[in-house]
Design a protein around this ligand. Sequence first.
Ligand SMILES: [Zn+2]
Ligand SMILES: [Zn+2]
Length: 132
Amino acid sequence: MKPRRNTWQREAVRAALVGAHGFVSAQQLHQTLRDSGSTIGLATVYRALASLTEDGEADSIQAPEGENLFMSCGSTGHHHHLICRSCGAARELDATVVEEWASKVGAEHGFAEIEHVIDLFGICAACRAKEA
Ligand SMILES: [Zn+2]
Ligand SMILES: [Zn+2]
């Protein structure tokens, strides 16, 4: 077993991530922590997020704009996300059809151990209602 790196900073970042609504950037999480009176630095937030992602306690995705976003997901296994690019709200998706397609296409080309990362971005119903 790997040594646990449960510093108070890591725990504070983890708690803020669990309390966040959907996917958030490191900057947003840093702002949330500062707003609640924490003196934590942005670099520490980045490090804590990297450590949580590495340990599977957080999911990390890259937004189309290139920014890394983080979420504390309910499921630890392989899954996909549907993310609102306006507010960050997210759903976790199972995509059996994608899993089957990926291994089939891989096998057709003689590839094994296929991995894939698929996240869907759009505008959620709540945000569309606000814009209307
Ligand atoms: Zn939204
Ligand atoms: Zn998949």
